[in-house]
Design a protein. Structure first.
Length: 430
């Protein structure tokens, strides 16, 4: 039989247990409430998610990125930018499709904003890449939960937008906007290495776009960008050699120390030896010439002429070197070797280089100036005259190469009272 005291004890235990359970439930509710509060979107994110246009959302995101509570919030914010831009892109895509049908049916086509179409494509890819960067980061527990990348429909839309960036670059170039071309093609090329697009097959025209993007970047003096895109072009067999040569040209524009120069020369020499690269030869000639490394330049020219006796650039350096040596002679100047060298250069030229005609004409005039027999002297001036006229016609602004010697030719062959001689004298003050 249970005593009254024992029953009371059990009753009290039940009451204590009930109170304890109630406390635990209340505490759990409080914890859940706190967790829910932390899980709620931050005010900064809420504002971004309410934005109606890409420009508004981008402005809010740029000004409040640091206020977003986590990488997950940043991914969500950038996805909002993606959604706004891809919506505009798709709306115009539908209109373009309708216009194509209308064109086939010979019906009226509806106008659309081409710039907005391409900018939407650019913004969609840019935002999606940023979204993916944060989407792929681990959370507070170290776990990675991919929310956006693995959506196949989203990736398909992005792929279409990204391909349109190639057309966007061509469109910009057609409007004389080279910076616009680089903007669109840079996004196309740079996004290729993003994890977001890693599952897609490589585009067959990737190397071509990369090579020409590199060329435009080089023209804009952005050598780092140019080098980056030439690296991509190297992977395309059709553009490998062109890209390799272009990389050496870019490297030559970006030398900051003697060590840089020597290292660059070594690479050029290796390329020239291995592949007989015309670009390597040309750049080496310029480097040696600029640095007054005459022995190295002459050795290089000798090697090139041994391979190709009619190489124009090698013959040009050889002719100039011979002419310079004759000019430095103080006693007896023999211009015949220089004249023969320039004649060989003229034979190898395509007739469009003014300096070839000017160089040969000058050498003939200088030889004539050393001859005392009037008939022989006049014959040399007469031979030089049409060459100097040709140099004038090809490069009228470079008058220091032809003006004085042409004046002497007119005076010696005809008379210094000849109208042509007088015209040059009055114009240039001889």
């Amino acid at each position: 039989m249970t005593s009254r005291k024992t029953k009371q004890k059990h009753k009290n235990n039940k009451f204590i247990t009930f109170k304890l359970m109630k406390k635990i439930v209340v505490m759990a509710a409080m914890i859940l409430g706190v967790s829910s509060a932390f899980a709620a979107d931050s005010d900064a994110l809420k504002a971004i998610m309410k934005a109606k246009t890409y420009a508004e959302a981008e402005s809010l995101l740029n000004s409040s990125l640091s206020q977003l509570a986590s990488d997950a919030e940043k991914a969500k914010a950038y996805n909002k930018l993606y959604e706004l831009s891809i919506k505009g892109f798709e709306e115009i895509s539908v209109l373009i499709g309708e216009n194509q049908k209308a064109m086939v049916m010979k019906e009226e086509q509806k106008p659309y904003d081409t710039a907005a179409y391409y900018n939407n494509a650019y913004n969609a890819v840019k935002a999606a890449v940023e979204c993916d960067k944060y989407d792929g980061k681990p959370d507070a527990k170290g776990k990675v939960k991919i929310l956006y990348r693995e959506n196949p429909e989203r990736l398909q839309k992005l792929s279409q937008a990204r391909i349109e960036l190639v057309n966007a670059g061509q469109w910009a170039d057609g409007h004389g906007d080279e910076s616009g071309l680089l903007k669109y093609w840079s996004m196309f090329l740079d996004s290729r290495s993003a994890e977001l697009f890693s599952s897609l097959p490589k585009e067959p025209f990737l190397g071509q776009v990369a090579f020409y993007a590199g060329a435009y970047a080089q023209r804009a003096n952005d050598f780092k960008m140019a080098d980056r895109y030439f690296d991509i072009a190297l992977e395309d067999s059709a553009y490998h050699d062109k890209a390799e040569n272009a990389k050496f040209e870019v490297a030559g524009r970006n030398l900051h120390s003697k060590a840089d120069t020597l290292n660059y020369i070594k690479k050029l020499e290796d390329l020239y030896t291995a592949k007989n690269s015309a670009v390597a030869f040309s750049v080496l000639c310029k480097l040696y010439n600029a640095a007054n490394m005459t022995a190295e330049l002459n050795n290089l020219v000798d090697r090139q002429l041994a391979k190709n006796p009619k190489d124009f650039l090698a013959l040009a350096y050889r002719a100039q070197d011979i002419a310079d040596k004759v000019s430095r002679e103080t006693e007896t100047q023999n211009w015949d070797p220089a004249i023969e060298a320039y004649k060989a250069l003229l034979e190898a030229s395509d007739g469009s280089q003014a300096f070839v005609f000017a160089g040969l004409g000058q050498c003939l005039c200088k030889k004539a100036g050393l001859i005392e027999v009037r008939a022989e002297q006049r014959a040399l001036f007469q031979e030089a005259l049409p060459l100097l006229e040709k140099a004038r016609d090809l490069d009228p602004d470079n008058n220091t190469a032809w003006a004085y010697f042409l004046y002497v030719c007119y005076g010696s062959v005809f008379s210094y009272n000849d109208s042509r001689a007088i015209e040059i004298k009055e114009k240039f003050g001889f």
